[in-house]
Design a protein around this ligand. Structure first.
Ligand code: 48H
Length: 258
């Protein structure tokens, strides 16, 4: 019995990994923007892999603000709340409030249920760059990185990569640090986000959700970081909309390539 339990776990996990060694899209980071993008792409039968360094996806969504686990959205997010079956109540001034646990778990459920392959406890440590295009990510166990063990990584390939790593914009950072490249942005160095301004931050997050280098897209707070935009504080409208915009842009680029 015990051996069979272990065999079921290991064979299931390795089958999943082998099935995702080559994908259409790799999303790095399982916060709200990455999860929305994963759910949308997977629902359109795009082979989607999501890498999350923590034990559970959800990123900054579980904690609301200062552990008060409520999530605030502007009315622009209502269509997506309905689509992902997230309950909400009206607060006033076009703002709506949701339970963070329900909202986060609904996004995770939608992404997995539509068929995205989510790998947790694994982090992106580098990118694959071929012919002036990002064509994959280099991965390792998060514990290996945390303990600074000298263990070589594996890599995953895809036609498009999304940096959904939030504030540190880790994929774009490593690309810029290790390569002399020109980003599709005003500056080739990453300015990182500016101080809090809710309206400006929400607007520019959506505006700068884009392809920043061939094969590499940004969403959510990573879009603010690479463009030097304001942070918006604990309001999540643009995170959901940015995930949808990233999915649309990636679909267009896959259609162009194929
Ligand atoms: C694998 C990684 C790696 C790596 C990081 O921060 P997130 O929630 O991302 P977004 O952009 O979808 O949402 C941002 C939102 O949560 C937020 O922080 C807001 C609105 N802040 C406003 C403000 O003013 O502060 O999630 C990113 C995810 C996390 O789960 C990380 O663990 C993960 O990415 N991640 N996964 N490899 N190298 N780096």
């Amino acid at each position: 019995m015990e051996a069979q339990i272990s065999q079921a776990i290991t064979s299931g996990w390795f089958t999943k990994l082998q099935n995702h060694l080559i994908s259409d899209v790799i999303i790095v980071g399982g916060g709200p923007s990455g999860l929305v993008c994963a759910a949308e792409l997977a629902s359109q039968n795009i082979k989607t892999t999501l890498i999350e360094k923590d034990l559970a996806p959800g990123g900054g969504m579980w904690g609301g603000a200062m552990f008060f686990n409520q999530i605030v959205f502007h009315k622009d997010a209502l269509q997506l709340l309905e689509r992902f079956a997230i309950s909400y109540s009206y607060y006033g001034n076009d703002l709506y409030v949701c339970d963070a646990v329900e909202a986060t778990s609904s996004l995770i459920y939608n992404a997995t249920h539509k068929g995205a392959g989510i790998f947790t406890g694994i982090c992106m440590e580098d990118v694959l760059v071929k012919d002036n295009r990002v064509s994959g990510v280099v991965i390792n166990w998060s514990t290996v990185k945390k303990d600074r063990l000298h263990i070589d990584p594996l890599s995953l390939s895809a036609q498009a990569i999304l940096d959904a790593t939030g504030h540190p914009c880790e994929v774009v950072s490593v690309l810029c640090r290790k390569n002399t490249i020109h980003l599709n942005l005003p500056s080739d160095t990453i300015p990182y986000e500016k101080s809090l301004n809710a309206e400006a931050g929400e607007k520019s997050c959506l505006e700068f959700t884009q392809e920043v280098y061939p094969g590499l897209f940004v969403s959510g707070m990573a879009a603010c970081g690479v463009s030097g935009s304001n942070r918006m504080g604990p309001i999540f409208t643009s995170m959901l909309l940015s995930g949808m915009k990233a999915a649309d842009l990636i679909l267009q680029s896959l259609n162009r390539e194929n």
